[in-house]
Design a protein. Structure first.
Length: 300
């Protein structure tokens, strides 16, 4: 039995995990007062939710073999080095939890955790050379070659969202200009579509998916076409670098199953000017575990 912690920009989720099954969860959305001392909030909330989970499931703390944390941002082997959407720097959450709970704790970048869940149990299970692309608030990812997750010695690497696809393009939170995620993340598209429609930027994902299909608004149609073209460029680059057998699209994009946007993207990726390589095009699959992949993958 393991515990997975999913740390997001505005929430924290804790789950009791057995293999790929979530047996029970606790969730908390951060309110403004939580952010005054965000480190204390994260530690105290995680511990309270873990204890509550164990108590309600009648499980002893000693039966938990590992706690895994999926965290946004730049992660080294033990700490959150920088997570700008949580205003965190140099935070050794693993040590804080280990010293208070006496359970082994590990931490990994959230996109890598999602990738691990899909590779071990989900949509990438049958592939050896494959890429996971998390398209959500930003764009993250991971690559597997010969079944093995590629991991640099330093930080997590494979920051696909920060490859530049437009010279002197839009400013990115990372300090560079023209990064892939500024053009192709769900958040960036949501921002531009809601601006066109004159709506608040915090519409639901479901609402956005419906609005993207509006046929009688030429500005929306242009925006969708532009988004798909940037996805084609970014994913095309990844195909040429890794020559994967499959690319798994996760994050909020995993909810595009059955949406014509996905079909249009697959058609674009099959076009002859998408990639250098002329070998068989990779399978395009969606993440099986959707929003749960981080909390499951954190425990792998
Ligand atoms: Zn960037």
């Amino acid at each position: 039995m393991r515990i997975g912690i999913d740390l997001g920009g505005s929430h924290i989720g804790v789950g009791l995990i057995y293999k790929d099954k979530i047996l029970d969860t606790r969730q908390k959305n951060f309110v403004d007062s939580d952010k005054v001392n965000i480190k204390k909030t994260i530690v105290d909330t995680s511990i309270a939710m873990i204890k509550d989970l164990l108590k309600s499931q009648n499980i002893a703390q000693s039966d938990i073999e590992l706690i895994g944390i999926a965290s946004p941002g730049l992660i080294d082997s033990r700490s959150i080095v920088r997570a700008s959407n949580l205003s965190l720097e140099n935070f050794c959450l693993t040590e804080e939890l280990e010293s208070r709970l006496r359970i082994k704790v590990k931490i990994r970048n959230d996109a890598k955790c999602c990738a691990m869940a899909e590779k071990k149990y989900g949509s990438l299970k049958k592939y050896k050379d494959c890429v996971f692309l998390c398209i959500g608030t930003g764009i993250g990812g991971a690559a597997f070659l010969n079944g093995k997750l590629l991991e640099p010695n330093g930080f997590s690497g494979f920051e696909f969202g920060h490859m530049i696809i437009e010279k002197d393009g839009r400013s990115c939170t990372c300090g560079k200009k023209g990064c892939f995620e500024q053009y192709a993340s769900i958040s960036s598209v949501k921002k531009r579509i809601t601006t066109i429609l004159g709506e608040r930027p915090d519409v639901s994902g479901q609402y956005l998916r419906e609005q993207l299909l509006i046929k009688d608004n030429p500005l929306v149609k242009l925006e969708v076409e532009s988004w798909l073209n940037y996805l084609k460029i970014g994913i095309g680059n990844l195909i040429d670098i890794f020559e994967p057998e499959a690319i798994c699209l996760g994050g909020s994009f995993s909810h595009y199953e059955g949406n014509p946007i996905l079909d249009r993207l697959i058609v674009k990726l099959g076009e002859s000017d998408t990639t250098f390589t002329t070998s068989k095009k990779p399978d395009i699959v969606l993440a099986k575990y959707k929003n749960d992949s981080g909390i499951i993958g954190a425990t792998i």
